[in-house]
Design a protein around this ligand. Structure first.
Ligand SMILES: *Cc1c(COP(=O)(O)O)cnc(C)c1O
Length: 420
């Protein structure tokens, strides 16, 4: 089945439910009917709903639809993109371990992975995912994860998948790719050899800026990398917190299973069923939206590229862009999403563009059907140090546009009213 069809049907058995729209199970708990069923579900002898922190029928439809779209074996929805990243890394690394993190990533992911994880004894070493030539030299016996973004936000660059995957496979290390901006419609990291994909579903998947959510998807066959791998004893040794359960002995996709049974169980950033339901509505139109966002953004990027007050446009859809060859190589279509990185000739002009455009809203979000504009240095990247800022490709003259679904000429005229 192709993705257009999967986005509308996967994971939902209409015959069983009898409704066209996916039903919303707004419930906290489930009636087991008997003590035996309850005991079997807790002991994993039978899989079924236990409590909405662990699973929910509406959320399960979102999870299996996302697993289908990414070409993975299983998925786990979480309360936010940040919690998806947290669980994916906490599933791999413990105190004393280190993780390799791409320099150019979302500001919230940078602070989480380099500062908050440090408080738990997990240290981050930064690498350049554009070329990844420095990656292998950073690996040691305690390296547990390689984290990068497919299409990185806010400096719009594309990671060097082949090198990252080859190095990771050579050393038996799990790769985690944030696919929020590209979405599985434009890029399927699992088909490029990545092990785990994370998403902020709050962005393009939702599409209308109405709900926060996150998703972790694992590739088919990931169990083979985890089982008997000395880097990951947590999957191979008895889990004291689960009466000595050994994950490696279970016949399920283990990465998301452990994140669910151990991490969501204890830390609890579970998604609301209502948000899962909203995200399912978003998925139904993701395919047409992401193409429309990309086609419009390309025209806006072309206009900006030719404007004398613009010193740099980061948009891999442009033939002149440094990442255009990687777009053709790693993406399914020559589309690059609605995000454009624009560097103006002065900080003053950058701030005027943010304040004086009329259709663009000053919002620190992306992927909305309405066009958005931000000044990352004052907002999303404000808590990031000057060196990290430089490394992530942001400076005071940069604005980031998220091109919505309005008429493209209206958007260009709005920008032209400020830039002249
Ligand atoms: C927004 C975003 C996140 C964080 O997701 P939330 O849903 O806001 O928690 C992570 N990665 C990327 C690339 C993002 O754009």
């Amino acid at each position: 089945m192709t993705q257009e069809t999967q986005a509308l049907h996967s994971g939902y058995d209409k015959a069983a439910f009898g409704t066209m729209a996916v039903p919303l199970y707004q419930t906290t708990a489930y009636d087991f009917g008997s003590l035996e069923t309850a005991a079997n579900r807790f002991a994993l002898r039978e899989l079924g709903p236990i409590y909405t922190r662990l699973n929910n029928p509406t959320t399960e439809i979102l999870e299996s639809r996302m697993a289908a779209l990414e070409g993975g074996s299983a998925a786990l929805a979480t309360a936010s993109g940040q919690s998806a990243i947290f669980y994916a890394i906490a599933n791999l690394a413990k105190a004393g371990d280190n993780i390799l993190v791409a320099k150019k990533i979302y500001g919230g992911a940078t602070t989480l992975l380099t500062h908050t994880f440090k408080q738990f004894g997990v240290t981050a070493k930064l690498f350049d995912s554009d070329k990844a030539e420095d990656l292998e030299g950073l690996i040691d016996a305690s390296t547990k994860a390689i984290f990068f973004e497919s299409l990185s936000n806010p400096h719009i660059s594309i990671s060097e998948f082949d090198t990252i995957v080859q190095v990771a496979q050579k050393h038996g290390i799990v790769t985690v790719c944030d696919n929020t901006v590209a979405t599985p419609i434009l890029c399927q990291p699992l088909s490029l050899g990545v092990d785990v994909v994370v998403h902020s579903a709050s962005k393009y998947i939702n599409g209308q800026g109405t709900a926060i959510g996150g998703i972790i998807t694992e590739r088919k066959g990931l169990n083979d990398l985890l089982i008997d791998n000395p880097r990951y004893p947590q999957f191979n040794e008895p889990d004291e917190s689960y009466h000595g359960l050994v994950y490696a002995q279970l016949p399920f996709p283990l990465f998301t299973l452990r994140a669910r049974l151990s991490l969501i169980r204890d830390i609890g950033a579970a998604i609301s069923p209502f948000n899962s339901w909203l995200l399912i509505q978003g998925l139904e139109t993701l395919f047409v939206r992401i193409k429309a966002h990309s086609e419009s953004a390309l025209k806006v990027a072309q206009y900006l590229h030719e404007h004398p007050s613009v010193t740099l446009v980061g948009y891999p859809g442009l033939h002149s862009d440094a990442h255009h060859a990687k777009l053709n190589r790693y993406f399914k279509f020559p589309h690059a999403s609605g995000l454009i990185h624009v560097e103006l000739e002065s900080e003053e002009l950058a701030k005027r563009l943010v304040n004086e455009t009329k259709i663009f809203s000053v919002v620190v979000n992306i992927g909305d059907s309405k066009s958005l504009i931000t000044h990352p240095a004052s907002t999303t990247h404000q808590q990031v140090s000057a060196t990290e800022l430089e490394a992530s490709g942001v400076n005071n003259r940069v604005v980031r546009l998220s091109i919505g679904l309005e008429n493209t000429d209206d958007l260009i005229n709005d920008i032209a009213s400020v830039l002249g």
